[in-house]
Design a protein around this ligand. Structure first.
Ligand code: ZN
Length: 396
């Protein structure tokens, strides 16, 4: 399998109308690897992002992506499960999928299951049996109570596991990491074979949130692919799936696609063609809007520094790490708050701020809290209020 993106050919539809429109050079290759020393964090491995847009299917991909620079290991930490807001979302998604697909006492496969938390939910809430695949999996004690019904294989999912039949296959936040997403989808289709009733669910970050609504801090090296609804749908049709729906979830930050095996189709509907045109307009305007947003934040941080205001970033995930790296010339921000205890005492890739627990703010007394993801605004405000603090909040 070819593991890089071609400079000239769209990896989804094969079109040659695949042009670079945006560059972000020398960024940390990992936003989510934990660094126990500041110096190691600051000198971490870097890579370039050169995004190309396909005007025939809407695919966006990093043509400078080199997968050999990435090796996922246990220190990779991208679990969002410490946020109550995210936990609620995962739980309601699991319940919805169980209900819509009548998942009771069924066989479930999760591709790229991470720490297995979502598969655990599906198995526990629907009394199902699950097999998860992820090379970075580390066994957790809390999963032991259903270990007779849930198995995790520390490997990439591939056709060598075709003997694992299932009623439902899900894959969340994985496709965007794969340089040749069509290979994964076509292999999956082949593996399902004649089992036409297998339901297939995928969730990916929503490219419209990043490129239309300017959630620009989501552009990271780990993501070599970005999907808007039109392209995600097209990728599945090309690979022989019948897409039943694509919805925007989690305040538009995620796309959820539901499908089942079907015929290969390469034509766009009229509505999809219009969506594609609209996306092309957003892409044309993107670089200017990106520069404006970075400049605005550079000015804001400089202003705060001049006023002697102490600011912290809340959220040491991809968004926080990218924000700090894009604004790396500011000297002001010393700490990043995160709910995930596995991150505490560690350092931000590229810029080296220390990651601290929310309780640290009692002592630090920040004037300003920069909220990296607006979806957590309320829970962050509540937590700081409960600590008796009254900082100004800014959504980044
Ligand atoms: Zn294409």
């Amino acid at each position: 399998m070819n593991n890089t993106l071609s400079n000239h050919t769209c990896p989804v539809c094969g079109s040659s109308h695949f042009e670079v429109f945006f560059e972000m050079l020398e960024v940390p290759v990992f936003c989510n690897v934990l660094w126990s020393e500041k110096s190691g964090a600051q000198t971490c491995k870097k890579g370039d992002i050169k995004l190309s847009f396909c005007s025939d299917c809407g695919f966006i991909g990093n043509v400078a992506f080199d997968p050999s620079r990435l090796e996922y290991t246990q220190v990779y930490e991208n679990s969002l499960d410490f946020s109550p807001r995210f936990q609620d979302y995962a739980k309601s998604l699991a319940k919805r999928l169980i209900e819509n697909h009548n998942l009771h006492d069924k066989d479930i496969i999760e591709i790229g299951c991470g720490k297995g938390d979502f598969l655990f939910l599906l198995c526990e809430l629907g009394n199902n049996q699950g097999v998860g695949f992820d090379p970075s999996y580390v066994p957790l004690e809390s999963h032991q109570k259903i270990q007779d019904r849930m198995q995790i294989i520390q490997d990439y999912y591939s056709d060598k596991y075709a003997n694992y039949a299932s009623d439902f296959i899900c894959c969340r936040h994985t496709l965007e990491h794969i340089p040749q997403p069509i290979s994964l989808l076509k292999n999956l289709r082949k593996t399902i074979g004649e089992r036409q009733n297998t339901a297939v669910f995928f969730e990916v970050p929503n490219a419209l949130d990043t490129f239309r609504d300017m959630a620009i801090w989501d552009i990271i090296y780990e993501h070599c692919c970005y999907f808007a609804p039109v392209c995600l749908s097209q990728a599945f049709s090309i690979s022989g799936f019948k897409v039943s729906k694509v919805t925007e979830e989690y305040r538009g930050q995620f796309l959820c696609l539901e499908s089942q095996p079907g015929e290969v189709s390469t034509t766009l509907t009229q509505e999809q063609s219009q969506q594609l045109q609209q996306l092309a307009h957003e892409i044309t305007a993107f670089t200017t809007k990106f520069k404006n947003k970075v400049e605005t934040w550079t000015d804001k941080l400089e202003y705060l520094a001049n006023q002697g205001q102490r600011a912290v970033v809340w959220g040491a995930g991809s968004k926080g790490v990218t924000f700090l790296n894009l604004l790396k010339h500011q000297q002001q921000i010393e700490y990043v708050v995160d709910l995930n205890p596995r991150k505490h005492g560690m350092y931000v890739a590229g810029t080296g701020q220390e990651i601290v627990a929310p309780e640290f703010l009692r002592e630090y007394q920040p004037n300003v809290v920069l909220i990296m993801n607006p979806i957590y605004e309320k829970e962050i405000q509540q937590m700081t209020e409960d600590m008796g603090l009254n900082p100004e909040f800014m959504c980044v």
